[in-house]
Design a protein around this ligand. Sequence first.
Ligand SMILES: Cc1cc2nc3c(=O)[nH]c(=O)nc-3n(C[C@H](O)[C@H](O)[C@H](O)COP(=O)(O)OP(=O)(O)OC[C@H]3O[C@@H](n4cnc5c(N)ncnc54)[C@H](O)[C@@H]3O)c2cc1C
Length: 280
Amino acid sequence: MKTNAFAYRRADTVEDAVRIAREEGDEARFLAGGQSLLAAMNFRLDEPTALIDISRIEDLRGVSRGDGEIVIGALTRHADVEASPVIAEHLPLVAAAIREVAHPAIRNRGTFGGSLALADPAAELPACAVALDARIHIAGPGGARAVAADDFFRGLYETALEPGELVTHVTVPLPAPEARHGFAELARRHGDYAMTGLAMMRAPERTRVVYFALSERPVRARAAEAAIERGASPADCAAVADEGLDVLGDNSASEATKRHYARVLLRRALEAIASPETTS
Ligand SMILES: Cc1cc2nc3c(=O)[nH]c(=O)nc-3n(C[C@H](O)[C@H](O)[C@H](O)COP(=O)(O)OP(=O)(O)OC[C@H]3O[C@@H](n4cnc5c(N)ncnc54)[C@H](O)[C@@H]3O)c2cc1C
């Protein structure tokens, strides 16, 4: 199939992008890496009236260390996240997750902000953002604002973005030196979207157990978090992994299978974290 006809506008700055979005109206879309948007347009799942190309806004690209936080520009490509020494040193959870995002060709174009804005429930990076207590920074007609990752993902492909708003960057608090991370997913083939996945962080002051490809959005498993904080065994934590969660079966696995996967993944991650050979 072919896309519908659309206008193409290129934005050179964030202000430009916001202004053009206001001019083009609610049916315009920002074009970042185009890896999901163009496919959706080719299938006529999305028929925007205009594409606003933000891919050349240089200010929105790159990873850096700020004061007590890591800053990831929305247009940073997955391949650049993968190659970043800052990510490797400070955010081992993201370093582990990014290798599972699609295939190298897609990682060469797809962007960090695009993945968050798309909010695919089976995507790795939204779950990492929630597990790391990231904040999503947004620019729009009403000015700039920031939203906690856990509040940003609202439902199936649904976020807190209002019409005309774009993600500019993401800030992630530097994890404590003692923090331990766990990342695991089950997929039919390497690079496929996960059937169920887990991103977790265990730090002295907080525990986050976040599943993706389990529900409509990345979800925190609060019963498991409480069990971990009580010092329960990996098996006992795993037994409550899916407690209270709204699990949705899909064409990759039934609801019952996904619940089983959730328990298996948590037990494995906790055992790996407890192992003396685990370094992150
Ligand atoms: C075959 C295939 C396999 C894939 N497998 C995986 C996988 O296993 N795991 C995974 O996580 N992802 C996967 N992806 C998706 C990939 O990671 C893309 O990076 C991601 O879909 C979106 O990034 P993008 O930059 O390409 O966004 P685009 O396709 O350009 O945009 C996607 C949507 O987000 C909006 N958008 C983009 N950037 C912004 C912004 N800064 N602010 C506001 N809105 C914005 C666009 O308007 C559009 O609606 C896969 C994609 C393909 C085609």
